[in-house]
Ligand binder design. Structure first.
Ligand code: SF4
Length: 88
């Protein structure tokens, strides 16, 4: 699989099952498992859809750090940090 360029996650394209809050997974997810391995307390797999989503927002600094690590490690930048931004 090849990706010629990386695109930032877009809150407008986030999956509906993401729990409300800062972090989310958008529809660029390729189901690579990295975020679920990195931050299992926050990311889960949607087995029907074949992608990840945030099922719990981080509640401790440790969880937040792991979510950031997952976001930075995501190969397609499908994880966004701006899910609590106000949408027009
Ligand atoms: S790291 Fe990115 S591409 Fe991989 S499962 Fe998580 S959101 Fe999807």
């Amino acid at each position: 699989m090849q990706f010629s360029e990386k695109n930032m996650a877009d809150v407008a394209n986030k999956y509906a099952e993401n729990i409300e809050g800062k972090f989310y997974v958008d529809d660029q997810c390729i189901d690579c498992d990295l975020c679920r391995e990195t931050a299992p307390a926050n990311f889960k797999r949607n087995d029907d859809g074949g992608h990840s989503f945030v099922y719990k927002q981080p509640t401790t600094p440790e969880e937040e750090a792991l979510c950031k690590e997952a976001m930075e490690g995501c190969p397609v930048e499908a994880i966004g940090p701006d899910g609590d931004a106000v949408l027009a």
